[in-house]
Design a protein around this ligand. Structure first.
Ligand code: TXA
Ligand code: MG
Length: 314
């Protein structure tokens, strides 16, 4: 059985992690599945618990940007500036890795994704643990990411040691991922920090790396997916709704179908989206029909996740 603990039991979490165990932790984006990023054994247990194929690299979470030089080498100045500006926060920066990380954690690549999460409990946990924690989203592979401690239990009860309960995740969608090596800064996943904000801060264009080869696991066709089929539409009239559909939209409808109302702005839609997908799925609907908002800084991230949760399954 996996136990949910709170901040007063942080010492237990540190002890479990130090002994190679698995502790899910809250962040501002989604809950992460934490393990010692320097331990091959602990990292392998993360892949096992998630059912995640080996070779999919994990993000490593740090207590502060001052640890960058321990985990990375040949760090581009733009990566340092982004870290100083956006950490703690929902931005993952991919840089060249040092020898510190367990090779399994980065899928045996020469790069590593690093992030300082913006959640007081997890910053405290990282600080007391002292090292880096791998932190894939704490869900079974391919499923909807968890934005509450209970979601973690729903997916991983009995497979991990502890869940640190930090309340509902503030942003509700995963971090933005950018690769910062020698060439232009490349976007691998839109998320909590907008590309516009990154471009404005750096004073240069960010290249969209999502069309090319699948470099991020979130690029698999079906991902972030509930059990019921998902349909995304611009307006509910397009959907040909029936009574067995559950709708997730910014406004209630007039028909018989059940609607989960989120928003109306993109930030609050994003905040509630994953919980709504889980809630809708639990109702056993014929389809989950989603009508996303039409504007907002988080819209690219929302549409990215919805495209994947509605992709054909294999
Ligand atoms: O918001 C987040 O980023 C959450 C919280 C817990 O921090 N974590 C998260 O992790 O979303 P995960 O494992 O579900 O997604 C990490 C993504 C994957 O798509 C992975 O392929 C990509 O980051 N990634 C990690 N390291 C990489 C690397 N070295 N090169 C390319 N992609 C990498
Ligand atoms: Mg994930």
């Amino acid at each position: 059985m996996t136990q949910i603990i709170t901040i007063d039991q942080l010492d237990r979490a540190v002890e479990v992690l130090t002994n190679g165990g698995l502790v899910a932790f809250p962040t501002e984006t989604v809950y992460g599945l934490g393990a010692d990023a320097e331990s091959s054994v602990a990292v392998s247990a993360v892949f096992e618990a998630k059912g995640r194929p080996a070779g999919h690299p994990l993000i490593v979470h740090l207590a502060s940007a001052s640890q960058l030089d321990r985990w990375a080498v040949d760090i581009d100045d733009r990566a340092r500036r982004l870290a100083a500006e956006f950490w703690p926060g929902p931005l993952t920066i991919i840089v060249r890795r040092s020898e510190v990380v367990a090779p399994e954690a980065v899928g045996r690549r020469e790069t590593i994704g690093l992030r300082v999460p913006d959640h007081p409990m997890t910053l405290e946990l990282l600080d007391r643990f002292g090292g880096g924690l791998v932190g894939p989203s704490a869900n079974r592979f391919g499923h909807v990411s968890p934005t509450a401690a209970q979601h973690v239990l729903d997916d991983l009860d009995g497979r991990i040691d502890l869940v640190l309960d930090g309340g509902p995740a503030r942003v509700g969608l995963e971090s933005t991922i950018v690769e910062v090596l020698d060439g232009p800064v490349t976007l691998l996943r839109p998320g909590g920090v907008s590309v516009d904000a990154i471009q404005a801060f750096l004073g240069e264009q960010v290249v969209d790396g999502r069309d090319g080869q699948s470099r991020a696991a979130g690029m698999l066709a079906s991902h972030y997916a509930p059990r019921a089929p998902v349909t995304v539409v611009k307006s509910r009239h397009e959907a040909g709704l029936s009574d067995t559909d559950v709708v997730i939209a910014t406004e209630p409808g007039e028909g018989q179908e059940h609607t989960i109302v989120l928003g109306p702005d993109a930030a609050s839609f994003a905040h509630g989206l994953y919980a709504a997908l889980r809630q809708a799925d639990a109702m056993g609907p014929g389809r989950i029909v989603i009508v996303p908002p039409s504007t907002g800084l988080l819209l690219p991230a929302i549409l990215d996740r919805l495209t994947k949760s509605s992709a054909p399954r294999h």
